[in-house]
Ligand binder design. Structure first.
Ligand SMILES: [Fe+2]
Ligand SMILES: [Fe+2]
Length: 285
């Protein structure tokens, strides 16, 4: 699918139906959740993914202060995107509840409150800087969005395979369909921005090469992020998925040939996650 303008991308997106409809929601057999086992080691992964989903509106608020967020097509997309991500977070929260893990009614506020002051100040400063750069930064924002959606989608696929839980699987499938629409929106706008603007291309490549890390780590804590990445991608198949479904795809974007930053950042998280898991297991003996 190729698009010539951002409006074309938005028109395509708006023509796509949501997967998580009221009918879908009312058909989820919540009462069956406890009939099947769920690996305990994946519980922190569910919490992490729930929290990442619910931080979306924080990212959205920040982005609205920039030329990217003021772009009429991008902001129109982001309204629906933000709502869909919040629904994903709520579904994961409900699943945790049904499994028997208590979550507080105000969990979304607690997640937002737990994001450190340093992170908020840092993000604020970055946003202010991107305002100075102006529209040239939109390509970078869109690349970040594309990579985060792509890696999140692959993370859900891995979670679905590893948990193999009959109630969770269809929920994750529906979430995944929406994540893939998000990926396509961000990727398509990123391609247009990078194709048309040589400076944007250089800037995006530089920022991704030097600063990309799996989504949520700096807001929610590196150790939670490392644990999640190690659980989902810390085996041969996981590494293969990162390389083939993420890196190889991104290398076709304008200015992104030879990209290695994603594989390297993921590997760093996997190692740190496995080390701390081994240390915790040893301490428990
Ligand atoms: Fe999501
Ligand atoms: Fe998404």
């Amino acid at each position: 699918m190729t698009f010539e303008t951002k409006k074309d991308v938005l028109d395509w997106y708006e023509a796509q139906p949501s997967s998580i409809t009221p009918e879908f929601l009312s058909g989820i057999p919540w009462a069956d959740v406890r009939q099947y086992s769920f690996p305990e080691r994946l519980v922190p992964v569910l919490y992490y993914m729930r929290d990442v989903e619910s931080l979306t509106d924080m990212y959205y608020r920040e982005l609205r202060r920039t030329p990217t967020g003021r772009d009429p097509h991008i902001s129109k997309f982001m309204e629906r995107w933000g709502e869909e991500e919040l629904v994903h977070g709520k579904l994961l929260d409900r699943f945790l509840n049904e499994l028997g893990y208590e979550t507080d009614a105000e969990w979304q506020d607690s997640v937002r409150a737990s994001v450190g002051r340093f992170y908020k100040a840092h993000t604020y400063a970055i946003t202010t800087l991107t305002n100075l750069i102006g529209k040239q930064f939109t390509g970078t924002h869109m690349m970040f969005g594309a990579i985060n959606e792509l890696t999140t989608g692959q993370g859900y696929r891995r979670l679905m395979a590893k948990a193999d839980h009959p109630v969770l699987t269809p929920i994750l499938r529906a979430i995944l369909r929406e994540e893939s629409l998000h990926t396509n929106f961000y990727s398509s706008v990123a391609r247009l921005e990078l194709r048309d603007r040589p400076i944007s291309r250089k800037l995006a490549r530089f920022v991704i090469d030097h600063f990309w890390e799996p989504v949520g780590g700096s807001a929610l804590g590196q150790s939670r992020s490392n644990y999640t990445i190690a659980q989902l991608f810390g085996d041969d198949e996981g590494r293969r998925v990162i390389d083939s479904a993420v890196t190889q795809r991104l290398r076709h974007f304008p200015g992104f040939n030879g990209l290695t930053a994603i594989n390297k950042a993921a590997e760093k998280c996997i190692r740190a996650g496995q080390l701390s898991f081994a240390a915790a297991a040893q301490a428990a003996l």
